[in-house]
Write a protein that binds this ligand. Structure first.
Ligand code: ADP
Length: 548
């Protein structure tokens, strides 16, 4: 008992240690995953700005790379009307273009009054207009004022140097062309169409002073951009709570009260004086961390439960094994005890017979004969039961089919037991006698066990058993009802288990807990069922149903 208690304590300690360890690992795993998820979200907060920038600037890039170079296609022949149409298509597609200045000018090898000049090349403004979105009346600016306009001066200087460099005979790269045609300044982009190769040839000759008079038309546009009209595309709303456009020098630290996370990315090109400014409150970021963390936590918890389940299954199996080991141990104990008693009785009787000094009287001889006979029978019975059990388990028993006259069969057992136990009240009824085929030896074993138990587990003044046999439609039902000590409810399922005994004064000797297990094996072997209803101190009723 103490040993078992110690074992139990050891097991309990082991289980507690296991659960604590696994739970510790679970908590550590949850904390680490939460920390990692938080780090990941915070680093994403800094890294994903590029995606927002890219989507926000897509219309700008589109304007810069596709829409503006369309001016080149007009080859300098844009007039007020076609330029206005072009401007309208820009306004309708690119809302951040505030207004467009349009300059129409000529380049010739004739001396002119207005414009930038070098030697024999003259650049002269012929028309200056300003287009605004939604306004059909175009503003015509004074050419005289416009010629001093910085944009125009700068662009005409660029064209001038481009033409001049034609003289050097160098080959133009696309980078040269790009640098000449575009000028990007904060808030505006200027574009001028590039002189064609044949024009350049004429200019080259003019520079040498031997070209015929030529005049070429050119166009220039300055697109004024408005940063407030730039549409911010928040591609990661789960990361960025607010995105705004701020001046590049804006310092978030001035407003920082430790409640928000900030990051920023500079806008390119004509918006380079500004930056995209991203803000999210710490609780907003925490929500996002939790949202990402929950599925991971669920997975970790499922793994945890799975490990606990496996642990529990292993523990349960070990427990079952331990119980089985105990059963076998009890069985060997009981059986040796069972064998020992008859063996020692035989031994004493034999020794008495051998050492008797005088010849035994006839009465003494009969007495010893009876003892030897009875004890040998006991041994024989024990061995038979053990043997049949093993045979049954190995299915090596052959069922003999023989007609059994139920009335005679029951009567025979009642008679035998009445002789064996004179104080045992045995009654029986057979309803609807039918043709029943079965193995009389196996059925007899069941009867013997049932009757023996009814006798054994009844107090001396209530040793009564009624056997009721009923042939029903498909089965024969046997009821063995006694008025014995009964079986507690909690034990009902156990009594049919091998070597299971409920310790009581009634089975102090001669019980191994095999009787009912043996009956169950037999009944199942005969394709039947066995069950019991019982009330403590009132009696038990065993029901056996066998098909016929
Ligand atoms: P045993 O060899 O101990 O009789 P059994 O397998 O025949 O083993 O019975 C198992 C247990 O079931 C017994 O220990 C006893 O407590 C209980 N039992 C069996 N038959 C009866 C009965 N008729 N009345 C009360 N208890 C019974």
């Amino acid at each position: 008992m103490t040993k078992q208690k110690q074992l139990y304590r050891k097991n309990l300690l082991l289980i507690i240690a296991f659960v604590v360890l696994i739970s510790g690992i679970l908590i550590a795993a949850l904390l680490i995953t939460y920390g990692l998820t938080r780090k990941y979200v915070v680093s994403e907060f800094s890294a994903r700005t590029i995606g927002v920038l890219e989507r926000t600037m897509r219309p700008y890039n589109d304007l810069f790379q596709k829409k503006i170079p369309e001016i080149n296609a007009y080859q300098g022949f844009l007039n007020k009307k076609s330029a206005s149409e072009y401007a309208d298509s820009v306004f309708s597609n690119y809302r951040f273009v505030k207004d467009i200045d349009f300059y129409h000018f000529t380049i010739s090898n004739r001396k002119q009054a207005i414009g930038s000049s070098n030697k024999n090349i003259q650049i002269a403004l012929t028309g200056v207009y300003n287009f605004k979105p939604g306004k059909s009346d175009t503003v015509k600016n004074s050419v005289n004022v416009a010629k001093d306009n910085d944009d125009f001066k700068m662009m005409s200087a660029k064209v001038n140097s481009y033409i001049l460099s034609a003289d050097t005979g160098r080959v133009y790269t696309s980078e040269d062309t790009y640098n000449t045609s575009y000028d990007v300044k904060p808030g505006k982009i200027s574009y001028i169409n590039i002189p064609r190769p044949e024009e350049l040839k004429v200019y080259k000759q003019s520079l040498k002073g031997n070209a015929p008079l030529s005049v070429y038309q050119h166009d220039m546009m300055t697109f004024h951009l408005e940063k407030r009209r730039l549409l911010i595309k928040n591609t990661r709303p789960e990361l960025y709570q607010r995105i705004s456009i701020k001046q590049i020098i804006y310092d978030p630290l001035e407003n920082d009260e430790g409640e928000n996370l900030y990051t920023e990315i500079a806008l390119p090109g004509a918006f380079s004086g500004y930056k995209l400014y991203f803000e999210s409150s710490k609780s907003f970021i925490t929500n996002e961390v939790v949202r990402r963390f929950l599925p991971i936590a669920a997975a970790v918890i499922v793994i945890y439960l799975f490990v606990i389940l496996i642990g529990w299954l292993i523990f349960r199996n070990l427990n079952v094994n331990q119980k089985l080991f105990k059963l076998q141990y009890d069985f060997i104990n009981n059986f040796t005890h069972e064998f020992k008693t008859p063996v020692s009785v035989i031994k004493i009787a034999g020794s008495n017979l051998r050492t008797a000094e005088t010849a035994l009287s006839e009465r003494q001889q009969k007495h010893y004969g009876k003892i030897l006979d009875e004890e040998a029978d006991k041994l024989n019975n024990l061995m038979n039961r053990l043997l049949s059990f093993t045979q049954l388990e190995n299915k090596s028993i052959q069922v003999k089919k023989e007609e059994i006259k139920l009335d005679d069969f029951v009567q025979k057992y009642i008679n035998t037991f009445k002789i064996k136990y004179p104080h045992f009240t045995l009654t029986y009824q057979v309803h609807n006698e039918c043709y029943f085929e079965s193995d009389p030896v196996l059925l007899g074993s069941i009867f013997q066990n049932m009757i023996e138990n009814a006798y054994k587990y009844s107090p001396p003044d209530r040793k009564e058993l009624n056997i009721d046999v009923d042939c029903q439609r498909k089965d024969v039902v046997f009821l063995f009802a006694d008025k014995g000590i009964g079986i507690p409810k909690a034990e009902i399922d156990n009594v049919f288990k091998k070597f299971y005994r409920i310790q009581s004064q009634y089975n102090q000797n001669g019980s191994v807990g095999l009787g009912l297990a043996f009956c169950k094996e037999l009944v199942n072997f005969m394709n039947g069922e066995i069950s019991v209803k019982s009330k403590v101190d009132q009696g038990s009723e065993f029901k056996i149903v066998l098909p016929y």
